[in-house]
Write a protein that binds this ligand. Structure first.
Ligand code: S3P
Length: 435
């Protein structure tokens, strides 16, 4: 049976130019890490601009289940008194949060107590061997259930290892680095390519000893972590939806303020630039050890491009919205090397292709990506968000650019990463109703 929340719908119509200024909620990746690492630090951390959304609230709940002392001054401001974690009284429920469960598995693997990590039916379908395999090499007593969660962890002394990562994944890298904090000797991960580096930045800012030589990262156990005092920058992965909506709606000009512009995350900006998007960056600065700035975007005619290799990892969460942009671009867009999309919250290649076809799109699905020849005028219709936030929000943007309008069902999941998504678009002028 569907719950009331999963029955939330977005109704969308073309015609509203997006104009004005917006801010997006705090970065999801940084918010997960901040609440975990602050709980380990010696002393009181203050985290402002924290993302209060489905995924990160699940991580916060899990940390409370581990005895972390967290005071909320308001939804987005946390005071955390770090210290030793405690044995949880029941399985920790990470809901839909892949980052939450994988990083926490690393953190808990070397703790002196047993724990069980679990999540939603959706999370229970996602692969966990990518983290259990290296953690077991470190000596962790961690067992998955048919390669997925629930994960059972029992106490074990971890040894440092050198691990050649089979995939460029920040979640895998971070799980190993966090486990390495509790190992008996240094741990080295060898990265096949750059993946988001928020864990490294945050650990270093807290005084952890972390060396980087080329593609090798070495964490040295034993440093005491000092507390955090940060303002989390806006999430570029949330800004992506406003950005593409603005590019596609004639007459649009908008500014998205205070967005994280960490180069391991800005692949979409580079791709859109190559497609001919009129975007610019202003007010560049630093916040929470991350580069930030404002993104200015104007309605633009786009052309198709080819994307593959390292750019893919730098925009891994942005392919659903890139598909929408590609449908409106002149010529061919081809994406390769993006097989990872098939094991995200959903199989994002198959699900986006199937849903966009309901709006009249023609998309060639490939094993590791897709091919789209545009421009294609989307007719309109009813599509489903599949309990995957980035699918629901991408389809909403597709609906805003469709001839007859669209309804997105199962849209409440947008709140897993972007609470206020609909209200922000409405304020900017989009013709969107939440039903
Ligand atoms: C994330 C890493 C990425 C990304 C996810 C968030 C993180 O996953 O898709 O949304 O915060 O570390 P992978 O590490 O599996 O590539």
């Amino acid at each position: 049976m569907k719950t009331a929340a999963s029955q939330t719908q977005f109704w969308l119509r073309a015609g509203g130019a997006l104009r004005g200024e917006a801010r997006v909620p705090g970065d999801k990746s940084i918010s997960h890490r901040a609440v975990m690492l602050a709980a380990l630090a010696k002393g009181r951390s203050q985290i402002q601009g924290w993302l209060a959304a489905g995924d990160t609230e699940a991580t916060l709940g899990a940390m409370q289940g581990l005895g972390a002392q967290i005071e909320r001054l308001d939804a987005n401001t946390l005071l955390i008194d770090g210290g030793a974690l405690q044995k949880p009284l029941q399985p920790l429920d990470l809901k839909n949060a892949g980052t939450g469960i994988r990083l926490l598995a690393g953190l808990l693997a070397g703790q002196p107590f047993a724990s069980v990590l679990d999540g939603s039916a959706q999370l229970r379908r996602r692969p966990m061997k990518r983290i259990t395999a290296p953690l077991q090499l470190m000596g962790a007593a961690i067992q998955a259930t048919d390669g997925c969660c629930p994960l059972q962890i029992t106490p074990a002394q971890l040894q440092g290892i050198t691990y050649d990562m089979p995939m460029a994944s920040a979640q895998v890298k971070s799980a190993i680095l966090l486990a390495g904090l509790n190992a008996d000797s240094p741990t080295t991960v060898i990265q096949p390519g750059p993946a988001r580096d928020h864990t490294e930045r945050m650990l270093r800012s807290m005084g952890a000893r972390l060396d980087e030589k080329g593609n090798k990262l070495t964490i040295h156990p034993g440093s005491e972590l000092s507390p955090l005092d940060i303002q989390v920058p806006g999430d570029v992965s949330s800004a992506a939806f406003l950005l593409v909506a603005g590019l596609l709606a004639p007459g649009s000009q908008l500014t998205i303020r205070g967005v994280n512009l960490n180069p391991t995350r800005t692949g979409l900006l580079d791709a859109l630039d190559e497609m001919g998007a009129d975007t610019s960056l202003t007010n560049l600065g630093d916040q929470a050890g991350e580069p930030i700035g404002d993104i200015v975007v104007r309605h633009s005619a786009l052309t198709g491009i080819q994307i593959g290799g390292e750019t893919v990892v730098r925009m891994i969460d942005e392919f659903p919205i890139l598909m929408v942009a590609a449908l409106h671009a002149e010529g061919e867009t081809i994406v390769r090397d993006a097989r990872e999309l098939r094991v995200k919250e959903t199989d994002r290649i198959a699900v986006m292709a199937a849903e966009l076809r309901k709006l009249g799109a023609v998309i060639e699905e490939r094993e590791d990506g897709f091919r789209i020849v545009g421009p294609q005028a989307l007719s309109g219709g009813q599509v489903d968000g599949h309990d995957d936030h980035r699918i629901a929000m991408s389809l909403a943007v597709a609906g805003l650019a469709s001839a007859e309008g669209a309804v997105v069902t199962d849209a409440a999941c947008a709140g897993d990463s972007f609470p206020g998504f609909a209200a922000t678009l409405q304020r900017l002028g989009a013709r969107l109703v939440v039903a």
